[in-house]
Ligand binder design. Structure first.
Ligand SMILES: Nc1ncnc2c1ncn2[C@@H]1O[C@H](COP(=O)(O)OP(=O)(O)OP(=O)(O)O)[C@@H](O)[C@H]1O
Ligand SMILES: [Mg+2]
Length: 163
């Protein structure tokens, strides 16, 4: 039997977002304020609209500097677009294969990867795999084998092999 102070149904319960907002909104704690701000922005994203482009778009995420968020940006952009219903293909071009790891694409050395595509042994359709979290997000994985391709194509290597 339901007690008089218990809610009739779950809709009257406070959501996690509302709880965080109630605790931290207006807080003088920088961390608390940031949590409240991010929580509000996540909530707003639930209602965001993302129209699909008229034709396929190619987006390159590249920067010579290390550790500046290239992989994080590529992975999150891909997942966000897939969540909005776009058909996405992420091509991992980094031998570290961190984007492949993040999106659940197997990329051990020797497994089919972007390296085989660059070398002309396989087509993209043969090496891509589907992200376990999104049916419409495919990944062309990269493995450490790709570092060999970088070496073979570097000007230093070409000069060395001419000597
Ligand atoms: N917007 C962000 N805010 C805070 N930290 C971030 C942000 N984006 C990325 N990071 C963090 O910065 C670090 C480097 O990010 P990431 O691996 O994406 O960089 P990268 O440019 O791909 O690095 P690398 O050159 O080694 O491939 C990671 O620990 C990641 O969690
Ligand atoms: Mg990276």
């Amino acid at each position: 039997m339901t007690g008089p102070e218990e809610p009739d149904n779950l809709t009257s319960m406070e959501s996690a977002t509302e709880t965080i907002k109630r605790i931290f909104e207006g807080s003088t704690s920088p961390v608390g304020a940031q949590i409240a701000d991010e929580s509000t922005r996540y909530k707003a994203l639930e209602h965001a609209v993302c129209p699909k482009p008229a034709q396929t778009r190619l987006i390159a995420v590249a920067n010579q500097k290390g550790g500046v968020g290239k992989t994080t940006s590529a992975v999150n952009l891909s997942a966000a677009l897939a969540r909005f219903g776009c058909k996405v293909l992420l091509i991992d071009m980094d031998p570290q294969g961190n984007a492949s790891t993040a999106l659940g694409a197997p990329h051990a050395s020797g497994q089919p990867s972007v390296y085989d595509v660059i070398e002309g042994r396989k087509r993209i359709a043969e090496v891509k795999c589907t992200c376990p979290d999104f049916d419409n997000l495919d990944v062309v994985p990269a493995s450490i084998d790709l570092s060999g391709a970088e070496l073979l194509r570097s000007p230093t290597w070409r000069i060395a092999t001419r000597c």
